[in-house]
Design a protein. Structure first.
Length: 592
């Protein structure tokens, strides 16, 4: 096999080395439909031939907007990239205005949509996108051209030689994709990633994931339009790992049981939800079963890797695994050994307890601009350290600036921001990308993220506050679903808190407290407010006096992507959350 240098080399590598029957698997009408490696490559070539007949030239842009991960997306991806054109993936959940901005900014000439909901959004703005020639859909939709028409157009193989010529002409340093970052503020930025940016990141990260080559099975459900999930799917292809596409976040627990994956990616909020459900079930137990359950939890929360707790602890852990934790694993399909975690900081207690249950969550770190991985933990070779994002991957250099900012250099650093030289020059200085994150490297080479540079603020007393540190500590309380620390320029830090409504209702039932039916009545209940105050007080003990949360207000709705509180990768949109709860801000600081 020739060296892999371009993204479309991955399926060909898989074909030559593994040629598996279930390379890509999507559920349709209740049945898992398998696509073999051979079919994957053949269909991608069919798409390439069709696109040539539509007149696609090198560097043309094709937007792909899919509500869920699916086989078709990957076939389309390879079909586009082979021609030296670019795949522009777009988050399905963003606004129509953002669709319009991205389609115009990227100058996409075709758009592929997954379903009717996405099509409606594109149709609503297409009259304002003059370069857009046509829209195709994966699902059959009346009045919309279907992607099966592309397969029909590409059936005739007489122009396959042109596809081969185009493939040969694609260079490693050519632009492969533009990732529009959802961003927590302002207009989306177009991150230009070359084939080499992503390929190098795949090959330099691949040895951190313990795969049984040709035998592993992955469940993919995080947004494929984000470079994190997309890069990981190329790693799966590299290792001959079957990729099963989850139907939706809501159906993940069902899909895990059906698919029995050995590996999947995760984000902290999803892992928190899994843990909350496990704890809720344990809380329903009575007598000796309940005592055993919470005994095992206590054991799990003390977990340290590599037998650091000593022989007696290891004996207790072995028993806890046999009696309790084995059931957790069975509930997650029975074979799940590894969850690769990204997007935001994971609470250390979750890393401990899942590792105790032999479901290792390997936390990593990166950004769209770094293709994305900079560092990642690995259980092997003592490469796992709780509370860190692991050691740097091969060929990537990190240094910490004088102000604590993490700077990254390597083949994974983006080509720049599309059509924005000024912003590019601000972000990349002397080949080092300025991440905007604050961190430190310990004596063993592990990287630890302490905060976002832009999110740190000063109180009016001149003291620096790192909100993420406080938020992650506070979120360990089962009463707190989401929290945002505020106080820039104010006399003290305070917080907006979205209660964990599910848990709060259970707590109220046990204590016979009438919270009422609406979120408003729950958030104004004095007993609940007092109880959350106790949680805040307890966590405050870990922080300096200037950092302690002095006041808080409960927000009467669930923070969500659709509601605008969170980005599609579940990060806080601080500006939006502040605007939504400005009345609560004034109440906190003006005492109204």
């Amino acid at each position: 096999m020739n060296t892999i240098t371009r993204l479309f080399d991955f399926p060909y590598h898989q074909l030559q080395k593994y040629n598996i029957a279930d390379a890509l698997v999507t559920k349709q009408n209740g049945e898992w439909i398998k696509t073999s490696t051979q079919e994957y490559v053949d269909k991608a070539n069919t798409i390439s031939r069709a696109l040539l007949r539509l007149g696609i030239q090198k560097n043309d842009k094709i937007a792909v907007i899919s509500s869920n991960n699916r086989t078709e997306w990957h076939i389309m991806d390879i079909g586009i990239l082979q021609l030296g054109a670019q795949n522009i993936p777009i988050y399905p959940t963003i606004s129509e205005e953002d669709y319009q901005y991205i389609l115009n900014h990227s100058e996409a000439i075709y758009c592929i949509v997954s379903d009717e909901e996405v099509l409606k959004k594109v149709n609503a703005i297409k009259h304002n996108v003059p370069k857009l020639k046509a829209i195709y859909s994966f699902n059959p939709i009346e009045g919309c051209q279907n992607w099966s028409e592309l397969h029909d157009l590409g059936k005739d193989q007489s122009n396959q030689d042109v596809v081969e010529d185009r493939k040969s002409a694609v260079r490693a340093l050519d632009l492969a994709t533009i990732i529009y970052t959802s961003g927590t503020t302002g207009k989306p930025k177009g991150v230009m990633l070359s084939h080499n940016n992503i390929v190098s990141n795949v090959l330099d990260s691949a040895n951190r994931i313990p795969f049984e080559e040709g035998k592993s099975r992955a469940l993919s459900f995080l947004p494929i339009c984000h470079i994190y999930e997309r890069m990981v799917t190329y790693i799966y292809q590299f290792y001959g790992c079957s990729i099963y596409f989850g139907e939706s976040i809501e159906k993940i627990s069902d899909n895990i049981k059906e698919v029995s994956p050995t590996v999947m990616t995760g984000v902290p909020r999803l892992i928190e939800k899994v843990y909350e459900k496990i704890i809720a079930k344990g809380s329903e137990l009575t007598g000796i079963k309940r005592k055993l359950f919470f005994w095992a939890i206590d054991i799990g929360l003390k977990y340290e890797p590599y037998g650091a707790n000593g022989f007696l602890y290891e004996l207790e852990l072995k028993l806890a695994r046999k009696l309790i934790f084995s059931k957790w694993k069975a509930g997650l399909g029975g074979k799940l050994d590894l969850i690769v975690n990204g997007s935001a900081a994971l609470q250390p207690r979750l890393a401990r307890i899942f590792a105790a249950a032999e479901i290792n969550i390997m936390e990593g770190y990166g950004l769209s601009e770094t293709s994305p991985v900079i560092a990642v933990n690995d259980m092997r070779n003592r490469g796992f350290k709780i509370g860190t994002v692991g050691r740097m991957i091969d060929n990537v250099t990190v240094k910490i600036a004088a102000d604590g900012e993490i700077l990254c250099k390597g083949p994974n650093v983006m080509m720049g921001y599309y059509k924005d030289e000024v912003l590019t020059k601000e972000a990349i200085v002397d080949d080092y990308f300025h991440t905007g994150d604050i961190g430190e490297i310990d004596s063993e080479g592990f990287l630890k993220i302490t905060d976002r540079k832009k999110e740190m603020f000063k109180t009016s007393g001149g003291k620096y506050i790192a909100p993420q540190l406080l938020e992650n500590a506070m979120k360990q309380s089962r009463f707190i679903g989401q929290i945002m620390v505020i106080g820039d320029g104010q006399k003290m830090p305070a917080a907006f808190i979205q209660p964990n409504f599910e848990f709060v209702k259970e707590w109220a039932n046990i204590h016979k407290i009438n919270l009422g039916e609406s979120y408003d009545s729950i958030c104004s209940n004095h007993q609940l407010i007092e109880r959350i105050q106790k949680e805040i007080d307890m966590v405050n003990e870990k922080f300096g006096n200037w950092e302690k949360i002095k006041r808080f207000e409960l927000t009467p709705d669930v923070w969500s992507v659709d509601g605008g509180h969170l980005t599609p990768t579940m990060k806080l949109k601080r500006k939006v959350v502040m605007e939504k709860y400005l009345n609560l801000f004034h109440k906190i600081y003006e005492g109204n």
